[in-house]
Design a protein around this ligand. Sequence first.
Ligand code: PLP
Length: 406
Amino acid sequence: MTNPLSVSRDTFNDVMVPNYAPSAVIPVKGEGSRVWDQQGKEYIDFAGGIAVNCLGHCHPALVTALTEQGQKLWHLSNVMTNEPALRLASKLVDATFADKVYFANSGAEANEAALKLARRHALEKHGEHKNQIIAFNQGFHGRTFFTVSVGGQAIYSDGFGPKPGAIDHINYNDIEAFKALISDNTCAVMMEPLQGEGGIIKAEPEFLRQVRALCDQHNALLIFDEVQTGMGRTGELYAYMGTDVVPDILTTAKALGGGFPIAAMLTTDEIAVSLKIGSHGSTYGGNPLACAIGEAVMDVVNQESVLAGVKAKHELIKNGLNAINAKYNVFECVRGEGLLIGAVMNQDYQGKARDFMVAAVEQGLMCLIAGANVVRFTPSLVIPDEDIALGLERFEAAVAAVVNAS
Ligand SMILES: Cc1ncc(COP(=O)(O)O)c(C=O)c1O
């Protein structure tokens, strides 16, 4: 029997299902963009809990929201509505194209709701034949069986038996393939406006415009999965705001709770009516504690100064990475928007992104990968410039270590 007072990384192997391979260190405390592990070693956090901790760790506004609401009311279920949910939904509606909000607990659940809504809406309005979902290779939408099947990486959806049907995948940014596939049988197109897990790849503006126009022509709904790009990550409140395309359904999670689990699906009045009473639901979705924190996140992030700061910090990190590359020649390019940045391995380092991430931890820096060839950086949207400088210094040391070892 494990002594609960002395858990270590070995305890993971003893008591946890082996679907993750966490790093050797166990963080125990965080403040802003710094984290400390069990041994007291300090890390600069360029990972942000996979694009979640948009205000860093233990931001005072979020701690206040958590403790104030935590002393009032945590949970009711959707048998009763609650004030924080109504306030957060009102703010999301005011700030976006949407008229209606459905709350969930994770990105996958928000996407599951979006896909079910699209299918139900098409069935009610047009009939059963209109059920095709078009999605994109390398796209990622979550790990429920519907969302993993719509996601464009078979490695995540194979091996679990028969998949939900009528889902087709094509290459991202391939408008000819899209034109050839879409028809009056298409019920929805699901896409990330900038693929995150797939390698930090932006949709071309012209591709987006044509996708929108063809969806309109064929009465298909356009679903933007903004689970990773949303809530300020790209320097816009939502990434669609930096394009000239507006989706019919948008999903948001990750940064929406700044580290507390919450997600939302946003849509229009006309589409929302298809989720009638009892047609879909969740016990926890929209609980007062999560929504109070989501509201506090949104109050901070949705300010011109914070969103402009994201764009300025993008330049700092991109320039820093390019300067490192000028010395060590390991990247083909640095790409992305706002604080969703990818450093793409060049020919000599194909498949080695993970080596850089592991070396970074050694040097006291947390970062991520997006596939085997991209090192991904998704720090807090308010990371201080001095932490960016120190993080880049540590990343340079990690790059030097990988280069010298190869
Ligand atoms: C674009 C996108 N959609 C959906 C998800 C799934 O979100 P969750 O892990 O909260 O279910 C992710 C997670 O990485 C994501 O990046």
